[in-house]
Design a protein around this ligand. Structure first.
Ligand code: TA6
Length: 305
């Protein structure tokens, strides 16, 4: 097929009839649309950003702000931002973008395929795609997304340089919930955490419920978390591998008001359960070594009480 634009070329090379195609999405960003017997999803090449995931017959599992930016120099607010090669502020240069450059860079398509358990999309980024002022070392990262009855998102990080590589990272997942005041998070009982609001280390007692801004890095934990959501009669399971830390975040009202890409009242219907390599779980990999940070997100039916 003769093509005169990128979307046409992507569809010509990578589309899967009836299952995967490319379109121009919000802000003109190139968007991958996946629809199969299990679920539907949309992924932006900007930031390799999984923006939505909706299993058939269910409410959306991922949350998206109605005020999100969709522009080249800004992160998308919602879905699963890919935070790399640093989580939070840059370790030494506060002028560098929050949560790294991966989520504000356009990634390349590496592969699309139909698998027995879903539709596979692989996106790729290297240091050659990064502005010189943000480039710190050679790398290759790939985001492998499998859209099926569960959503598998894996960030594969390869050190293509000659020196060891240090990084922190997050799959910063925004989950869609009925009401922050009525949900509870299971899986982190007795886990030590850093409360980033007062910078004090504490220990979780029982389930996590929410009545104020919450921003915690749970440490030394490989367990799956469950969001129990009675309002939606469902439980969302966030399992993981390649991660010993989990971040739990809700901005509540005052922080919501300070974020221009986050509606003042939107905190009621979102909760971040982030699959991370953060704090003491930051990583160092040798030349040619690979690290994979993976989140597996799925629904469990909740018996109506
Ligand atoms: O993961 C929690 C957190 O670090 C919060 O402190 C808050 O800043 C959030 O990430 C969002 O960060 P962003 O740069 O996307 O506004």
């Amino acid at each position: 097929m003769s093509c005169d634009n990128a979307i046409c070329k992507f569809n010509d090379l990578y589309s899967i009839p009836g299952e995967l195609f490319f379109k121009e999405g919000n802000g003109g960003l190139t968007t991958v649309c996946i629809n199969n017997k299990y679920a539907s999803a949309e992924i932006s090449l900007h930031g390799a950003h999984v923006m939505s995931y909706t299993p058939k017959g269910e409410k959306p599992v991922l949350w998206m702000s109605g005020s999100s930016y969709f522009q080249p120099d800004k992160p998308i607010r919602g879905g699963i931002p890919v935070c790399w090669p640093w989580f939070g502020g840059h370790p030494s240069d506060k002028n560098k973008p929050s949560h790294g450059f991966a989520r504000i860079t356009d990634w390349h398509i590496a592969e699309t395929d139909t698998k027995p358990n879903g539709t596979l999309l692989i996106l790729r980024l290297t240091e050659k795609d990064i502005p010189a002022n943000l480039r710190e070392f050679p790398f290759e990262i790939k985001l492998e997304v499998l859209v099926g009855s569960e959503l598998h998102v894996g960030l594969a990080i390869v050190n293509t340089g000659k020196e060891k590589m240090s990084f922190s990272a997050a799959l910063h997942t925004y989950l869609n919930i009925s009401d922050i005041a009525s949900v509870a998070v299971e899986g982190l009982d007795n886990c030590k955490y850093l409360d980033t609001l007062d910078h004090i280390f504490k220990v979780q007692k029982g389930i996590i419920t929410f009545n104020a801004e919450t921003d915690r890095v749970y440490l030394n934990t490989q367990t799956a978390c469950i969001i129990d959501d009675p309002g939606f009669s469902r439980r969302i399971k966030i399992a993981k591998s390649g991660s010993n830390s989990t971040v739990v975040w809700n901005p509540w009202i005052e922080k919501s008001k300070r974020m221009p890409d986050f509606g003042d009242e939107e905190y009621h219907t979102m909760l971040c359960i982030e699959t991370t390599n953060a704090e003491n779980d930051a990583r160092v990999i040798a030349p040619a070594e690979r690290h994979i940070l993976k989140a597996i997100i799925g629904l469990e039916k909740k018996e109506r009480g």
